[in-house]
Design a protein. Sequence first.
Length: 236
Amino acid sequence: MNLTHSYHALSPQNQRVWRAVRWMIPYRFRWFFEGCLEIPGQLWVADRKLLYTTIRQVKPKTVFEVGTWQGGGSTYFISQALHDNGFGILHTIEADPHLHATVQHNYRAHLPHLVKHVEFHSGKAMDVFPHLLRQLGSIDTVFLDGSADPQEAYGEFEMFAPFLQNGAVVLMHDWDNEKMALLRPALEQAIEWHIEQTITAPQSVGFALIRHVGVNGIPRTLEPLPSIHGAEQNLS
């Protein structure tokens, strides 16, 4: 039984074993490992800890997430952190209409205390979110775990970047995978973004926390992050 992953990643046999012994496991670890037992979720224990802790520390008013799935992974730990902070809204989007309907049912049935902290959106992030971003003007925090296509992942970051102010944070899953083949090297060279923490194997398939630090007085020794659409995108 691999306890670095999550309850829903266990085989049915190991899930039965876990349920028999779970009460002997310290609550804090058990919570990160299980999430919400009734709702399948992705991310591993270390990812979940960093995500929840970051939201608790940053105390954002507005969080955007790309990739809801069934709601038991990142969506759950972000919204629970907002609830524990006492304020904040998560805008999360799922491209699959069936999963979009499923996650709304899941929260009404199993996590009703979190419903007021989550707005569930359906469709492609780059089609739905731009209008909302323009309405809001600025946002605090983004979690990216959407398309596996490297160009789409880059484009999603580009969409959010102009609305992320100094000090804003972006968390990204699959940091070590092909999904980040375009975005990761660009961020590693961008002076206005600081990579604060990463999680790698065997604790994660790759998870990164970056912060916008493009403030006045910091010398710009590198070029702005290039746009995949051909024009440079200045993110400061």
